[in-house]
Design a protein around this ligand. Structure first.
Ligand SMILES: [Zn+2]
Length: 380
């Protein structure tokens, strides 16, 4: 089965797909419009029940929710809403429009396998560099670092030299983004956290060990469609969903384990929710940062998880706190105390919505509701 598709093939596919068909075949109600727009019910992103927000642009066959601006093309829909992987999405769409799948050259297969091997070798190489100073200073224990194969990137040409011993050439390493145009390792002066999914290294996360020396604090090789910690979780226990790798690793160092992280509060996708479901996860507590982006991310992630029938709780952190900082500043007891009062996702949604209104409006609403109740009581 082809798992790699040339750009021209994808372009041809997207030109021919019918977004109305793609959505309706996946249980989303659609309606034909008269101008350039067709409509759909934005149930999957905003829980809407009418056609007011979902727009399908006929000329581009893309969709967009006018309430939360979630949208994209048919492949994005299959990935983010239906929960397919990229190749699965392409194969399904090709079937829908009767487009033959491209033949995958054995040379291409080999090329892909070489890349996978390079990432694995890179992760293994970094894990042998045990400059743990930064990670230890963040409160992550050595045991946890070893368990997650965390390492260090010394920079220069150390990784390049190592991979060249295995027959890799400069152009390949450039293509994999492991080295930059100067021929130097892309990762330098960084703690490296490899992301394993289904036994494969699918990404590398590099955390700058000295914020002043390196412009970008967080550097991912790819940064998309990853769920750090995924391979090591026990699906039968409560799974903790953190924003970032550091939060997850600090928590685990304090004995609060079974965590995963998508690498950012806005990065959790429908595909992640499906993968957790597929692994047998039934309970998730979201512990994102105590800021607006964290709350917004918790809303989005919670909706996606709930759609999979996963029970969701939100462990809210105090304002401006993240899991890592809170654990380090206030200790495990204070952190656990906060998480002992999690909101169910339903409660969280209610509070999230109410926060958009003024207190006086809410008070007036309560007064009105109470008077309605007393009127109906009088009538009984
Ligand atoms: Zn929406």
């Amino acid at each position: 089965m082809a798992t790699h598709f040339p750009t021209e093939y994808i372009d041809a596919l997207l030109k021919r797909v019918d977004m109305m068909q793609v959505m309706s075949e996946n249980g989303i109600e659609v309606r034909t419009g008269s101008s350039d727009n067709n409509f759909y019910i934005a149930s999957f992103c905003c829980g809407k029940t009418d056609f007011d927000n979902g727009r399908i642009k006929k000329s581009t066959q893309t969709y967009k929710c006018m309430s939360c601006f979630v949208g994209g093309n048919a492949i994005h829909f299959m990935q983010n809403v239906v929960g397919k992987s990229f190749p699965e999405a392409v194969i399904e769409l090709a079937r829908m429009i009767g487009l033959e799948l491209p033949y995958e050259d054995p040379a291409e297969i080999e090329k892909r396998q070489r890349k996978e091997k390079a990432l694995k070798l890179a992760a293994e190489f970094y894990s042998t560099q045990t400059n743990y100073e930064y990670m230890l200073s963040r409160g992550i224990s050595e045991e946890v670092l070893v368990r997650h194969k965390v390492g260090y990137a010394p920079g220069g040409r150390t990784l390049r030299n190592h991979l060249e011993k295995f027959g890799y050439v400069k152009q390949e390493l450039l293509d994999y983004k492991l080295i930059n145009s100067k021929g130097l390792d892309s990762f330098f002066y960084r703690s490296i956290v490899p992301v394993y999914m289904y036994g494969k290294v699918i990404d590398l996360y590099g955390r700058a060990v000295n914020d002043e020396k390196v412009g970008i604090k967080h550097f991912y090789l790819n940064g998309q469609d990853i769920l750090g910690g995924f391979d090591l979780i026990n699906p039968n226990a409560l799974v903790l969903l953190f924003e970032a790798a550091i939060d997850r690793l600090v928590a685990e160092s304090h004995g609060i384990d079974n965590g995963v992280d998508p690498g950012g509060s806005q990065k959790f996708t429908a595909s992640h929710a499906k993968q957790l479901k597929k692994k047998g996860v039934s309970k998730v507590m979201i512990i994102y940062d105590g800021d607006s982006s964290g709350r917004e991310g918790a809303m989005k992630s919670g909706l996606l998880l709930a759609q999979e029938g996963i029970q969701v709780w939100i462990g809210e952190l105090p304002d401006k706190q993240d899991a890592a900082n809170m654990l380090q500043e206030y200790g495990k007891e204070a952190f656990v105390e906060t998480l002992n009062r999690p909101k169910t996702f339903e409660q969280f949604k209610l509070y999230y919505e109410l926060a958009k209104y003024s207190l006086s409006d809410i008070e007036q609403y309560l007064i009105d509701m109470k008077s309605k109740l007393s009127v109906s009581k009088l009538r009984e």
